[in-house]
Design a protein around this ligand. Structure first.
Ligand SMILES: Nc1nc2c(ncn2[C@@H]2O[C@H](COP(=O)(O)OP(=O)(O)OP(=O)(O)O)[C@@H](O)[C@H]2O)c(=O)[nH]1
Ligand SMILES: [Mg+2]
Length: 359
């Protein structure tokens, strides 16, 4: 009971803050309509780099629907089920807000959706609950689509991607899967074992590299991770690698350590390749729901994040958290993990994700 009361108070407070902001419903309606039109015209280009090895969008959609089964059932059973011919009223909006919160969109994003619908209601753009749900679908698709889904590439020389995130989120596994996909496209891939904290972490990465058939640069446990990355960058440059994927540890004791360590790693890479890393990717486990939002906040203070990889969407009903994360941080999601197989690391195609979740 106390939790509910507190949740309501928090919601009210945030609602007031949000209402005071310039993010007014009419502005949102215009922004959203522009996005909707853009989406309608745009068939959602796959990442240029990954296009070659991906299945067709139809195959991707089927895979996504399967991978997102638990989250989908929350959306279809709870939110989409509200699409009736009855008129939208306050009770409906409150109910919808509750359901968006239970679907892990987070407070700020749920309120943004509700405020948007209220704005549309005022302007007479929606009347029925079914129209509200249609509008919600387009709004979610618009939130998810931040535009260019291509991962940054080096102008010349090796492209370097640094993977960060707390322990167990799926950094090493995602690197292994991505290495396999890049190799499948004919790229020369090097992987750096920048997580020297545990011997098992080095072994796990080395095992992935062996399985996938890419090179791995590793040093013994407790070696300086920055030295590993420095050597890897030199090797990548001298031996003509196309891509260098850098694993890091998620187990540092506190924020200061993490900050120092990651800054040092970046400096080491830059001594060899001044533009590196070309992307710093935060890996988040979708199972953690709202905690993923906290992690994104914390890491953003430490690293200049380029984008996100959201893993383990196959095992959770909390996939709605992606909508909240993208809305709050405006960071693109580049990949999603929907299973254990190599092909289960998929490029994130906003309109397909929205379609698979909301249809
Ligand atoms: N079902 C499923 N499991 C995944 C996915 N991605 C990663 N995993 C599993 O999650 C577990 C942890 O993955 P790791 O790649 O070791 O995570 P990490 O971030 O490198 O962890 P640390 O090295 O401990 O910091 C492993 O058992 C992976 O197989 C996914 O998309 N779906
Ligand atoms: Mg790891």
């Amino acid at each position: 009971m106390f939790f509910n009361k507190k949740k309501r108070e928090d919601k009210k407070r945030l609602a007031a803050e949000i209402r005071q902001s310039k993010d007014k419903a009419t502005g949102l309606a215009q922004e959203f309509e522009a996005k909707r039109q853009e989406l309608a015209q745009n068939q959602g280009p796959l990442s240029k780099e990954l296009k070659g090895t991906q299945s067709t969008p139809t195959g991707l959609l089927a895979g996504l629907k399967k991978g997102l089964a638990k989250t989908r059932s929350i959306f279809s059973g709870s939110i989409l089920a509200l699409a009736s011919g009855e008129l939208v009223d306050n009770e409906f909006l409150e109910e919808l807000e509750e359901r968006l919160l239970s679907a892990d969109l987070g407070v700020a994003t749920s309120l943004k959706v509700i405020d948007h619908l209220k704005g549309q209601l005022k302007l007479g753009q929606i009347k029925t609950q079914a129209e509200a749900i249609t509008s919600l679908k387009a709004l979610v698709a618009g939130i998810l689509d931040l535009g260019d889904p291509h991962l940054p590439l080096a102008q010349s020389g090796p492209t370097v991607y640094l993977f960060v995130g707390v322990n167990g989120v799926g950094k090493t596994t995602s690197i292994g899967k991505l290495a396999a996909q890049l190799k499948g496209q004919g790229k020369k891939v090097l992987v750096a074992a920048g997580d020297t904290f545990r011997a098992a972490a080095i072994e796990q990465l080395a095992h992935w590299c062996e399985k996938v058939g890419v090179d791995c640069l590793a040093k013994p446990q407790n070696s300086d991770p920055s030295a590993v990355l420095y050597e890897a960058a030199q090797k990548a440059q001298n031996e003509g690698y196309d891509v260098l994927l850098c694993d890091t540890s998620g187990r540092l004791h506190n924020k200061k350590n993490l900050m120092d360590e990651l800054a040092k790693m970046e400096r080491s890479l830059q001594k060899v390749l001044p533009e590196a890393p070309h992307a710093a990717l935060l890996v988040l486990d979708a199972n953690t729901g709202q905690n993923a939002i906290m992690q994104a906040k914390e890491f953003r203070e430490v690293v200049a994040l380029t984008g996100l990889v959201v893993t383990k969407l196959d095992g959770t009903a909390k996939g709605g958290v992606i909508i909240g994360i993208v809305n709050e941080f405006e960071l693109p999601v580049y990949f999603i993990g929907v299973g254990e197989r190599v092909e289960d690391l998929q490029p994130f195609v906003p309109h397909l994700f929205a379609e698979s979740l909301l249809s």
